[in-house]
Design a protein around this ligand. Sequence first.
Ligand SMILES: [Zn+2]
Length: 365
Amino acid sequence: MEQLSDEIVGYLLNLIEIPSYKYPEGPNKAMEYINVTLAKEDVNTSLFESGGLKNLVVEVGQGSQRVVINTHLDVVPESEKSRCKGTVKDGKVYGRGSADAKAAAAVMVSLIIKLLKNESILTKKAIFEFVSDEEVSGENGTGALVSKYPADWCIFGEPMDGNRICYGSKAIFSQKLTFHGIPGHGSRPWEGKNAILCAAKFITNLTSQELFDYETLGKEATTVTPSIIRGGTKINQIPELCELKVDVRRPATVSEEEILVAFEKSMKDIDCEILRETTSRVPPVYTDPNSELVQTLVKETEKVVGEKPELYIATGSSDAVFYAPTGVQVVEFGPRGKNWHGPEEYVEIQGLLDWYQIIHNLLTT
Ligand SMILES: [Zn+2]
């Protein structure tokens, strides 16, 4: 176990050193590192380039059930307290990308080498995907691989904040509203229609709709966050126009229609002409918590970690959005860590070993 731990941590430290937030050379260099490391062990890899970015795939085993294990090598920019310089302390590996998502990459390298030496123990076909652009769009990474590598099960090695498995993520359904009032002199508000006041009333109406009451419904509810507002041009003029953008996140269980009904209700009795348009739409990801993939992972995790994992829906999305529409069972599930995208990002070394064992068990039983 100690040898395996040293091996995985070694790969991880080398990966963290590569500043893979500079596209395309950063992720490409990290991809080259994986390629060279695997080539030294006589592993056959397939390299795919899309939009100047490299992606790497390794297939192991022959089973009819196809399991994609995917991670990304790009990271968000380093900061003073999360540098592209790995350090080991108190059973944790620190550094930018240590958790998100070079942790899974380091474990995957060890797994590939181990499994290829004893390929006959695999009961499923494993497809290991390393991609370059999850933090920006995913289109030249997972987006470019999905049609080449169909799957039955799909595991995205995103870091987990504790003993958890993510079986879905919310959809994005962002809206823009334009309020048209009637201008007039600021000293005589009764003579015009104030577009800013119309927007203010709308915001109050919208955020008090039951559908968006996450305090009662929980964090898995649909959320509306007014995030950008622009209106008015002069201090002494009643504003004619006000533009409002609302970030909307819905779980797969709430439809776009239900959300639009709540928007319409919030627009009622507002004394301005209002135009509404959808500005951004990303589909939700949802795999039944009782599906075979989730239940197998729950069972294997409980065996390895000693406790049942918590199942949850993520508020943000990942590359899983590319595989979800193909009808696969898909989860986000990677090694345990904390503070990704923030200061003092780290992964637990025991989390790396547990994830190794769980994925190993999943592929061989
Ligand atoms: Zn990530």
